[in-house]
Structure formats: structure tokens, C-alpha cells
Design a protein around this ligand. Structure first.
Ligand code: SF4
Length: 330
């Protein structure tokens, strides 16, 4: 008897965005990380480790070592002209302050959720984590938080799929991390305004507030010989920045009818994915979904679809590695 077809929210999102990307993504992984996705991966593991009571220093060390290692080799996936070193050290500073901040706030102990077989045909791989009550948790970093961000996330497969399969509420933990501009990440997690004449005096620019007047200049935690993450976080807390940038929302389980309908939708998509995989050997024979190439971020398979060769030797490009069948993308 065939094993159930392993499917996650990420697979459905990819499948619905672009069939060609889905087919590539089932076999290949890009070697280079987008900085935000690498930050997310390191942060999520750090949160689990903190929740399990590991010492903060060890958690920060593992997270930043992982980020630095991946950013050094194979490197970050960046547009030309961006200094990878500066961007990497900003993200490492963010990891230090985020994990330090989280260690000072109540944090649930969470563990990965065991995958669940649906209708004996599909097996749902969760991307959220579970606390001692079985409730789900998902941490999401966003440039900016608002109604649009919340609605988009609430409607996503990552949230609806996991909730309906587990039949448990989900705690969404949003963290605003600002934008990357001019090759730097602009967020209080790694950037502040420092007074030119008063020693060790920094302020964080409040959202929407007018720029500070007077003798203030930008200071980056990653470049400061004066500031350490712990002291930086003291000031963050003093100015209530964590409460401004961190937002927790609970999403309840929908009605029984809605849950049953969602599980049916998952089954339909899982069957369809399986048929596509069996029918199409070469993803390049599938028409491109061009609207998905650059939104919400640049697709990692752009080099396959926009290079000079139509019949691409993916392995030969040297920027992908084979995907293990069990790899789940959060
Ligand atoms: S580059 Fe565009 S067409 Fe090609 S796989 Fe990605 S989203 Fe699809």
C-alpha cells in the first residue's frame, strides 16, 4: 500500500502560487537564504530552545552561529550592490536582542507537532509548534504590523491548515522587524539614535514619530563597541519598545463544517499535487506563473526560469541542492 502523500502549508502555498515552482521545490532547495527567512529559521529554533529552559547565552550562541555560518557559506541571497557582511551583522544583532527580549517575557514551552494522516491518503506536516495544552504557536516576523498583516496571516494555509488539522487554537506571535533599506535593517532591534555628546544615551525612533531634533545620529548595535545586547534591551524595555513591536493574537478553531471543508480542500490539493508530480518530469514544460516570480519576494527559481537555457540542468547551476523528501519549509 502506498504511503500517505506528505503535504504542508508551504507546499499548498507554493502549488497554488505557481505549478512550476511547486515541481521545482519538491526536488530542489536553494543553497542561499533570503536574510529574513534565515533570521526566521534561527529565531524559531531559538524560541523553542528558550521555552525548554536552555541558558540564554547558549541559545544566542547557537542562533547567531547558525546565521553567521549560512551567511558566510553558501552566502545570502541578495540583490547586487548590497554588502552581505553589514546585512548579516545587523541580523545577528537582531537575533541577540530578540532572543534576549523574549527571554524576559512569558514564553510557552513548545515542541514540534507530529504529522497527522488525513483520510489515509495525505499526511499533514505542521509548521507551527505545540505547547503543553496542545495549542499551536506560530512566530511571524513582519516589516510592519497592521490589520492587513493580521488578516493575511489569519487567512493563510499556515494558520488555517494547522488549526483545522489539529483542531486546536493557534497563538500568533507577530514581531515587527522593519525593512531593509540601503543594505541595512532599520529596526530598534539593531538600530537606535545616539546622542552625540551625552555618553551612553540612545533613543529609539517611535513608529510615525517625527525625527529627533538636535544632536542625534544613527547607531548600529552591530558596529558599537559600547553597547551590548543586554544593555540595549534594558533601554528597549525602558521605552516600552517590545510592547510596541510584539503582538500576540489567538485564532480559535472554526466551526465543524468549516474544519471538514478545509480538510477536504487539503485532500483535493494533495491529490492534485501528486498527479502533477507523476505527470510532469520536467518543470520547465509547465507554463510560468509570472505574477508569482517577484511577489511577495523573488522566487528562488528565477535562475531556472529566466536564464538563457530553456532545458535547465538544475544541479549544474550550482546554487541548489536536492530536497530531502521529509524537508518541511516553515
Ligand atoms: S520564477 Fe516564476 S515561473 Fe519560475 S518557478 Fe518561480 S514563480 Fe514560477
Amino acid at each position: 500500500m502506498a504511503l500517505p502523500f506528505l503535504v504542508s502549508a508551504a507546499d499548498i502555498v507554493t502549488f497554488q502560487a505557481c505549478r512550476r515552482r511547486y515541481l521545482y521545490s519538491r526536488k530542489w532547495r536553494a543553497l542561499r537564504w533570503l536574510p529574513k527567512l534565515l533570521l526566521d529559521a534561527c529565531l524559531r529554533q531559538g524560541i523553542i530552545d528558550l521555552g525548554q529552559g536552555k541558558p540564554l547565552a547558549d541559545v544566542i550562541s547557537s542562533a547567531t552561529t547558525r546565521f553567521y555560518g549560512a551567511a558566510s557559506s553558501p552566502g545570502l541571497d541578495l540583490p547586487p550592490g548590497i554588502d552581505p557582511y553589514k546585512l548579516a551583522i545587523d541580523h545577528i544583532a537582531c537575533l541577540e536582542t530578540l532572543l534576549t527580549t523574549l527571554s524576559r517575557r512569558p514564553l510557552a514551552t513548545t515542541i514540534p507537532v507530529k504529522s497527522k494522516v488525513l483520510f489515509s491518503e495525505a499526511e499533514w506536516a505542521f509548521t507551527s509548534y505545540q505547547d503543553a495544552n496542545g495549542e499551536l504557536h506560530r512566530t511571524i516576523t513582519v516589516s510592519d504590523y497592521g490589520e492587513d498583516t493580521l488578516t493575511r496571516e489569519m487567512h493563510s494555509w499556515y494558520v488555517v491548515g494547522d488549526i483545522c488539522v489539529a483542531k486546536k487554537p493557534m497563538h500568533l506571535h507577530f514581531i515587527e522587524i522593519g525593512q531593509i533599506r540601503d543594505g541595512r535593517r532599520h529596526t530598534p532591534w539593531c538600530k537606535a539614535m545616539e546622542h552625540a555628546f551625552i555618553a551612553k544615551r540612545i533613543k529609539f525612533q517611535n513608529k510615525g514619530a517625527k525625527p529627533l531634533q538636535g544632536n542625534w545620529k544613527s547607531v548600529w548595535l552591530s558596529e558599537s563597541s559600547v553597547w551590548k545586547a543586554e544593555d540595549w534591551c534594558d533601554v528597549l524595555f525602558h521605552e516600552d519598545v517590545p510592547d510596541t513591536l510584539m503582538h500576540d493574537v489567538v485564532i480559535e478553531v472554526p466551526s465543524k463544517e468549516r474544519v471538514a471543508d478545509t480538510l477536504q480542500q487539503i485532500l483535493i490539493e494533495a491529490r492534485s499535487m501528486q498527479e502533477w508530480e507523476q505527470a510532469v518530469q520536467n518543470p520547465n514544460l509547465v507554463p510560468m506563473t509570472r505574477a508569482a516570480c517577484d511577489f511577495p519576494y523573488t522566487c528562488s527559481f528565477v535562475p531556472c526560469c529566466y536564464g538563457p537555457q530553456v532545458d535547465v540542468d538544475v544541479a549544474g547551476l550550482g546554487i541548489y541542492k536536492p530536497r530531502l523528501p521529509t524537508t518541511i519549509v516553515p
